[in-house]
Design a protein around this ligand. Structure first.
Ligand SMILES: [Zn+2]
Length: 115
């Protein structure tokens, strides 16, 4: 399973806008995309990569690692955007979100691999 895609409704769309995000993945299978980003394939692929990571790490460790890396990066860079972009989970997703075959050949724990 690569994820169940849900285009957000009015309420969730407002929530996503308020959070400043265009899409989110949850629990390793649910993908929520803002209405105005419907059909954005790289965004969809980005969230599918997060689903694969969450299933691999386990939901709890996925969120723990994500949060811990963000906090460490925030202390390091003192900037939300820089801290977010330097999370290893995000780095892998951004690096491969336009490679639509990436998930077929993805190696385990690729968020921490250098090649
Ligand atoms: Zn992401």
């Amino acid at each position: 399973m690569k994820g169940i895609v849900v285009i957000s409704g009015k309420l969730t769309d407002k929530w996503l806008k308020l959070c400043g995000v265009v899409g989110q993945s949850h629990l390793g299978f649910l993908i929520l995309i803002r209405q105005s980003y419907r059909g954005n394939l790289s965004l969809l692929n980005h969230e599918k990569i997060h689903c694969a990571q969450a299933r691999e790490l386990g939901i709890l460790f996925f969120y723990l690692i994500y949060g811990a890396e963000y906090l460490v990066n925030l202390c390091r860079f003192r900037d939300h955007k820089a801290a977010y972009l330097q999370i290893s989970i995000e780095m892998e997703a951004y690096l491969h979100d336009t490679d639509y075959k990436y998930l077929k050949n993805r190696k385990h724990f690729s968020m921490w691999r250098r090649n």
